[in-house]
Write a protein that binds this ligand. Sequence first.
Ligand SMILES: Nc1ncnc2c1ncn2[C@@H]1O[C@H](COP(=O)(O)OP(=O)(O)OP(=O)(O)O)[C@@H](O)[C@H]1O
Ligand SMILES: [Mg+2]
Length: 233
Amino acid sequence: MLSTENLVSGYEKVNVLQGVSMEIHRGEIVSVMGRNGVGKSTFVKTLCGLLPADSGSITFCGEDITKMKSYERAWKGISYVPQGHMVFPKLTVEENLQMGESIHPVKGKKPDYDLVYEYFPRLKERRNQEAGTMSGGEQAMLSIGRVLTGNSELMLLDEPSEGVQPNIVTAIGDIILRINKELNLTVLLVEQHIGLLQQVSGRAYAMDKGRIIDSLTREECLDYDRIRTYLSV
Ligand SMILES: Nc1ncnc2c1ncn2[C@@H]1O[C@H](COP(=O)(O)OP(=O)(O)OP(=O)(O)O)[C@@H](O)[C@H]1O
Ligand SMILES: [Mg+2]
């Protein structure tokens, strides 16, 4: 579904990604794990088009999207859930969902808030609450729910566990597994949280210094000592 070939990107005067090649097939949940600052967010931002690729290529559903604008990638079905959740703090939960709809429009179809509320009943209870007043876990739910209103086929999730209390991380893991299965949404998960990585990963890549340094099967992901070597624990 998505593949990268020797992807290089970074910021002014800072090279971060040093040639990343990976692939994800339709229906999979694939994780990218790695310590702080290794380039995980840079990688997903390059995939969704917020950062330009300096060289290399990105292919999505057989099409070269390397130079495509981020909104075009969104229309094609790539959704992005940013690190730190990035909800609009002064807007209510439902208004935040409406913003998602403008990023991932569904042609000729009304956005299905009931679907979002079915996966996240807590968001329904809080539909009129300002998003900035919600807990980290609730904001994580909203940032995921926001992309479910649209036409997403591939969800890029950047550290959904950040700032979320442990029992809610597990609940979010359950939701990731359910939306993958029930909505046939392919998931690329960036994480450092071992519990969440082990709970949902179908397989995983380990990243260090802007490179993929290992590729792990699900069984290997379940080996605590093995994946710990790639993380800061
Ligand atoms: N806007 C920016 N301008 C310059 N350098 C940046 C910028 N954003 C990130 N970097 C640098 O790029 C490198 C990779 O950062 P990135 O955010 O991709 O790491 P990460 O793996 O997502 O880390 P974390 O787990 O802490 O989120 C770091 O050295 C970081 O300081
Ligand atoms: Mg990051």
